[in-house]
Design a binder for this molecule. Structure first.
Ligand code: PEP
Ligand code: CO
Length: 463
């Protein structure tokens, strides 16, 4: 058990020695959740090709983000991280990308307005193509095939051809990520995110939603304030663009390694497949390959923290992933479930406080609240998502800590995957527009409602 004030127990295993890290040193560690590729020559050819392709992000963007995350650690920003559970190659299209951006922009507007701090926007997109699974195989009618591990690895159809791990998919994933990035960058720098025109972001629902009036009042308030300031001070350019950073689970390590590069005038290595990779709950073993890979890259990294995480283990992870206590480097995303957070989170907060190290605490109220209905459909109840998030604010405050952000699975599409919310979606509604291939996502209306609840709950607004 953790004793507050107790210094972090060093000595770490020699294999964790910083000097021995290379982009491929993870190969010497047990790698959970890795697909089996059956043709080594084909795999090598794909990785060689990937290694020659341009990166998806730049080192200076990565370092800028780290600085912004350091601000968030000090309470000067709030992190909004959201997007699909799993992107699919098929959904790499104009509408899906623009709608996801719209809902994230709308949510960030609600949060900025209510929290009175800048919001740091990080998408779960442009690379969220690999998924951890609870089993390696799936059996239907006596036929057993490998599980679907995300479009970066194989296809969801239940056929031997689709389920084969195909290395060429890594090239396709890189290309689709680049297309997504390109479109997002063009939209946000081209006026799409212009605060003078929040009506550009309107999804059709704004007219129909029970929350529409509240949202419109807020947008009118912002427009009025902006008009007032510009009357006094002249046009304010900063309202024209919004920065977006990308993140995904760094799960498929051969892919991440091929995009890990050295750059001129910088020391060390950057994983340039994304700005902000995270380690999933199932791959967070201290000696595992994913922790080994992430400890050596210079990106900010996050780690998912579930109910099984032991305080000692979390202390060691903090030390391995951020030995120098670098600002902005480490984010802890807890995902305990509405029924488990009160039991599990306080001792983990205490354990991290005992190390004296800085982290950014973020709540993922989605992954601990997944349930399967009698019909076999996977869903999440809005009431549980809300409850976990509200408890998270209270637990951090009571521990003298701070919840610095949220991590959500959402979409700009009008899906019916999570139950409840302002429109009170029922089990019967789930059949109408259930599109996720993996986890159930908040639709845009539920997402915006959650943003409004965060504002009410956080107490920032009252300051
Ligand atoms: C996810 O974020 O989609 C996920 C699988 O999360 P976790 O690792 O927290 O289960
Ligand atoms: Co998920």
């Amino acid at each position: 058990m953790t004793i507050p004030g107790k210094p972090l127990r060093a000595p770490l295993r020699p294999v964790q020695d910083a000097r021995s890290w290379t982009p491929g040193s993870w190969h010497a560690h047990p790698a959970a959740q890795m697909p089996h590729y059956d043709d080594p020559a084909e795999m090598q050819a794909a990785l060689d090709e990937l290694g020659r392709l341009p990166p998806l992000v730049t080192s200076w963007e990565v370092l800028d983000l780290k600085q912004l995350l350091a601000d968030a650690q000090l309470g000067r920003r709030f992190l909004l991280q959201g997007g699909d559970c799993a992107e699919t190659f098929a959904d790499c299209n104009n509408e899906v990308i623009a709608n996801r951006l719209k809902v994230l922009l709308q949510m960030s507007l609600v949060l900025v307005h209510g929290l009175r701090v800048p919001v740091l926007r990080v998408g779960r997109f442009a690379g969220q193509y690999a998924k951890p699974r609870s089993t390696d195989t799936e059996t239907i009618d006596g036929v057993t095939l490998p599980v679907y591990r995300g479009d970066l690895v194989n296809g969801p159809e239940f056929t031997p051809a689709a389920r084969r791990a195909d290395p060429r998919r890594m090239l396709e994933g890189h290309a689709r990520s680049a297309m997504t990035m390109n479109f997002v960058r063009a939209l946000v720098s081209g006026g799409f995110a212009d605060l003078h025109h929040p009506e550009y972001w309107n999804l059709a629902w704004v007219e129909r939603s029970p929350l529409a009036a509240e949202y419109r009042r807020m947008v009118d308030g912002i427009s009025g304030a902006m008009h007032f300031m510009e009357t006094l001070a002249g046009p304010i350019g900063g309202f024209r663009r919004a920065d977006f950073y990308t993140s995904h689970e760094a799960l498929l390590l051969p892919y991440e390694q091929a995009l890990t590069r050295q750059v001129p005038r910088q020391w060390g290595w950057f994983d340039l497949s994304t700005h902000f990779p995270w380690i999933g709950m199932r791959t967070a073993a201290l000696d595992g390959a994913h922790v080994e890979f992430c400890r050596g890259i210079r990106n900010p990294v996050a780690i998912k923290v579930g109910p099984a995480m032991h305080p000692d283990q979390l202390q060691e992870l903090v030390d391995v992933l951020n030995p120098d206590d670098e600002p902005g480097r480490l984010t802890l995303i807890h995902r305990m479930g509405a029924g488990g957070i009160a039991q599990h989170l306080p001792r983990l907060i205490e354990a991290v406080q005992a190390t004296g190290r800085r982290v950014l605490w973020v709540c993922d109220p989605m992954h601990g609240n997944t349930e399967r209905l009698g019909t076999g459909v996977k869903t999440r109840r809005f009431a549980n998502i809300r409850s976990e998030l509200e408890q998270a604010f209270d637990i951090h405050a009571a521990a003298g800590s701070r919840l610095g952000g949220v991590h959500l699975e959402l979409t700009g599409e009008d899906v019916t995957e999570c139950l409840g919310g302002a429109r009170n979606l029922s089990e019967a509604d789930l059949g109408r527009a259930y599109k996720s291939t993996v986890d159930p996502r908040l639709n845009y209306e539920q997402s915006l409602e959650l943003a409004m609840l965060i504002v009410r709950k956080s107490g920032f607004a009252a300051r």
